[in-house]
Design a protein around this ligand. Structure first.
Ligand code: NI
Length: 203
C-alpha cells in the first residue's frame, strides 16, 4: 500500500469512529489538527507521513471519554498493522498518540521526537484562538458548567481559560507553533477583555 493509500484508509477509519463526537473532538477537530500539523511539520522539517498519521489518530479514544487509558494506542497499533504499515512507523505514531494529552500535573512527559512536538503543537493550537473559545464553551456545556460566575469563576468556562487555555502558548514545543500560538493567545485575551466589559455593562 502506498503512503497516500494508508492515509486515505486511516482518514476513513477515523472519520467513521468519530462520527458521533460533538464535544470538541469531532472529525473537524481532527481535520484542523492535520492541517496545522502539516503546516508546522513542513517548517520544522518533520516526517510528514508520521505527522499526518499521528494527527489523524491522536484522539481516536480520548482519555476524557474512555476508561482504558491505553485504548488509543491499542486502536492505533491495530489499525496501522492491518494496513501493513512498517513497525518503525507504527512505533513513532503510537508514541505520539500515547503522550499527546495534556493533563495538568499528570502528564509531564515532554515529546522527544520532532513529529511528536509538531502534532502536540497543532493539537494545542486548536484550543486557542476563535476555535479554542468555541470549543471551550462547547465542552463547558457538556460538563454543565456556567459560562461565567464572578463568585466562583474557577468553576466556569471563563475560569477554564485561565486554568488551561492561557498556559498553552508557553507549552509550545516548536518555534513555528509558538509564533502561531502567540497570535491566537492575543485573540483570546481581547475576547476576555470585551467579555468583562459587556458583563459590567460598559459597552
Ligand atoms: Ni485533539
Amino acid at each position: 500500500m502506498t503512503k497516500s493509500q494508508v492515509l486515505k484508509k486511516t482518514r476513513e477509519y477515523v472519520k467513521g469512529v468519530l462520527a458521533d463526537e460533538a464535544t470538541g473532538h469531532d472529525w473537524y477537530h481532527i481535520e484542523r489538527v492535520v492541517r496545522n500539523a502539516k503546516l508546522i511539520g513542513k517548517k520544522e522539517k518533520a516526517d510528514l507521513f508520521v505527522v499526518e498519521l499521528a494527527a489523524l489518530l491522536h484522539d481516536i479514544a480520548d482519555w476524557k471519554f474512555h476508561a482504558d487509558p491505553d485504548a488509543g494506542v491499542k486502536l492505533t497499533v491495530k489499525k496501522l498493522k492491518s494496513l501493513k504499515v512498517p513497525k518503525s512507523i507504527i512505533d513513532q505514531v503510537a508514541y505520539i498518540v500515547q503522550y499527546i494529552s495534556f493533563k495538568v500535573g499528570k502528564n509531564t512527559h515532554r515529546m522527544t521526537t520532532i513529529e511528536g512536538k509538531v502534532v502536540q503543537d497543532a493539537d494545542r493550537l486548536d484550543a486557542l484562538g476563535a476555535i479554542g473559545i468555541a470549543r471551550a464553551f462547547a465542552y463547558g456545556g457538556y460538563k454543565k458548567r456556567m459560562i461565567y460566575d464572578p463568585k466562583k469563576e474557577n468553576e466556569t468556562t471563563i475560569g477554564h481559560f485561565y486554568e488551561k487555555i492561557l498556559w498553552l502558548t508557553d507549552l509550545m514545543n516548536t518555534k513555528t507553533g509558538y509564533n502561531l500560538a502567540l497570535k491566537r493567545e492575543k485573540f483570546v485575551k481581547d475576547f476576555l477583555k470585551q467579555f468583562y466589559k459587556e458583563w459590567d455593562g460598559k459597552n
